[in-house]
Design a protein around this ligand. Structure first.
Ligand SMILES: N[C@@H](CCC(=O)N[C@@H](CS)C(=O)NCC(=O)O)C(=O)O
Length: 218
């Protein structure tokens, strides 16, 4: 398929989501491997593209979009095709997919993991360390995972409709993020996560998402 896709950003769970979705959909794209907290999100060129000065950002021709969950939803909507769809079409499946996407971003990513990232992982010089807040966020995260534990208890392979969707990309990246931070994940998420991370597109995305110069990672 002739596309003109450029993805800005590597090195974070949020950027991984977009590399993963692009590779699941078999899309070719140019990677601009800029990093967070490197100054690269603050250049005049990048700020003109994304005034929020955040990664990831996707350019699709003249169209540009930020927010990892919105980007993968856009890719799913525009580039899914029979046999390679990342979003449910039917009304109830679509609503359930939205429920998982909002839950994962609001309750797991923004409320818990990103707070732990900012206040509990050696970024005290930027955001101040806050061990009590970090402990609370870990507890909150594990409590929220009860929803995941209950859903996966019926033995489903993926979150919605037995088909892999971008909701799995969002949850999968939060689960690996939590494992890396030793926050702990629920029992049923363990085989689910293995299923996700053994996908060919995930493996290739993990490589594409690696910082090109590890000395620059902060
Ligand atoms: N909700 C946004 C969060 C994006 C975000 O906070 N990105 C961080 C890295 S994970 C960033 O670009 N920070 C800017 C910087 O540190 O330079 C998303 O999911 O895309």
């Amino acid at each position: 398929m002739g596309t003109n896709l450029t993805l800005w950003g590597v090195g974070t769970p949020r950027t991984l989501r977009v590399h993963w979705a692009l590779l699941e959909l078999g899309l070719e794209y140019e990677s601009k491997p800029i990093l967070s907290r490197s100054g690269e999100t603050k250049t005049a060129e990048y700020t003109a593209l994304n005034p929020r000065q955040k990664i990831p950002l996707l350019q699709d021709g003249a169209f540009a979009i930020g927010e990892s969950a919105a980007i993968v939803a856009y890719l799913a909507r525009k580039y899914s095709r029979p046999g390679h769809s990342l979003v449910p079409e039917d009304a109830e499946g679509h609503a359930r997919w939205l429920e998982w996407c909002f839950f994962t971003i609001a309750e797991l990513d923004a409320t818990a993991l990103y707070v732990i990232r900012r206040h509990g992982t050696n970024l005290g010089h930027l955001y101040t360390d806050a061990p009590e807040v970090v402990a609370q966020c870990g507890e909150y995260f594990r409590h929220q995972l009860q929803f995941v534990e209950a859903a996966l208890a019926d033995g489903r392979d993926y979150l919605v409709g037995e088909k892999f969707t971008t909701a799995d990309i969002l949850l999968g990246t939060c689960l690996t993020w939590a494992v890396n931070y030793r926050v702990g994940i629920c029992d049923n998420a363990v085989p689910y996560l293995e299923r996700l991370t053994s996908r060919d597109a995930y493996q290739r995305a993990s490589i594409s998402n690696m910082p090109k110069d590890s000395a620059k990672v902060s």
